[in-house]
Design a protein around this ligand. Structure first.
Ligand SMILES: [Zn+2]
Ligand SMILES: [Zn+2]
Length: 84
């Protein structure tokens, strides 16, 4: 089961949804470095995960960043539903 996450861009006002393989803050999920694109799978809270390149591991950056303006300045996503 996964989650439907809704993002609101603070910069341009664009709203989009993603279908995540796991609920956004589940115990295990894939993260991607925001600089070099390297991925890791983590078991715990991702807040302080840093990549060796100096970037930060984040949830699916291709969705986490606004697809319209590319800004990362959004509300961080809200879970609006679940899917099987
Ligand atoms: Zn935007
Ligand atoms: Zn990196």
């Amino acid at each position: 089961m996964g989650g439907i996450i809704k993002f609101n861009c603070y910069k341009c006002g664009h709203v989009w949804e993603i279908f995540h393989g796991y609920p956004l803050f589940s115990n295990s999920m894939s993260l991607f470095c925001n600089k070099c694109g390297k991925s890791i799978t983590i078991e715990k809270d991702p807040d302080s995960y840093k990549c060796e390149c100096g970037g930060t591991f984040e949830v699916s950056p291709e969705h986490y960043y606004c697809p319209e303006c590319g800004s990362a300045d959004n509300d961080g996503g809200k879970c609006v539903g679940l899917w099987d």
